[in-house]
Design a protein around this ligand. Structure first.
Ligand SMILES: [Zn+2]
Length: 233
């Protein structure tokens, strides 16, 4: 039965098509989702937000210091202008200048911490950004290779589908229907080659009745054990 050889070729094509299609699916998944890159993006967003927040607090603090300095300068100007002569008012102004100076010392101290925090977070942001850039670049390079592989696979699958179609046309419709029916229960391998009188799929040696039937080549012969259609290659 040359039909069986053609059918065996169809089975091989189908197994190849299935394997290549699985690889295309996993390429698609790999190109769509990259856990390490997603994590790096999330880390970058968090580091960026933390740095922006620290920078904002430092700027606000700087404005506050400037306001205190300006207020003290105005009070000092008034104090030394000679415009105020009332001793109580002069004393109040003097106390205000001193209070503002104390306030500025406190603010300067806090400012130092805010600047250190901001700069530390800035360094962390740079490190996270560098790692994100590296991963992004690696992803892009990998995607170029994956796309090339996918294109090659797609072309091969299309060629094999066309070949399968022409092979199927050579096979008797009854045999092909049997094959289709057996395909799912036999894990896409309804046909098995006979080698050394054994089924190559399940490994079981066949009895003389089966061997002779295969040799006569006049009918479909099933493996005594797994039920697959046997053929000599
Ligand atoms: Zn078998």
């Amino acid at each position: 039965m040359s039909d069986l050889l053609a059918l065996y070729h169809v089975q091989e094509l189908e197994l190849d098509i299935i394997a290549r299609t699985e690889r295309i699916k996993s390429i698609n998944a790999e190109m769509a989702g990259d856990a390490a890159l997603e994590e790096a993006r999330a880390n970058f967003a968090a580091a960026q937000a933390a740095h922006q927040d620290a920078a904002k607090r430092a700027t606000e603090h700087e404005h506050e210091i400037r306001a205190v300095v300006e207020k003290r300068s105005n009070s000092e100007t008034t104090l030394y202008s000679g415009a105020v002569t009332n001793p109580k008012e002069l004393q109040d102004l003097q106390m205000e200048v001193e209070a503002l100076s104390r306030r500025k010392l406190t603010l300067d101290d806090e400012m130092l911490h805010l600047i250190l925090e901001r700069d530390d977070l800035g360094e962390q942001l740079s490190a996270v950004q560098a790692s994100l850039d590296e991963l992004t670049e690696a992803r892009e390079e990998a995607n170029i290779e994956l796309q090339e592989e996918k294109d090659t696979l797609t072309t091969a699958v299309n060629n094999m589908l066309a070949e399968r179609k022409s092979q199927v046309a050579e096979i008797s419709p009854d045999l092909f229907r049997t094959y289709i029916r057996m395909r799912a229960p036999k894990a896409n391998r309804p046909l098995a080659a006979l080698r050394d009188n054994a089924c190559t799929s399940c490994g079981i040696e066949q009895n003389i009745v089966v061997i002779n039937a295969i040799s006569r080549n006049d009918d479909i012969v099933h493996c005594q054990n797994c039920g697959r259609i046997l053929l000599r290659l």
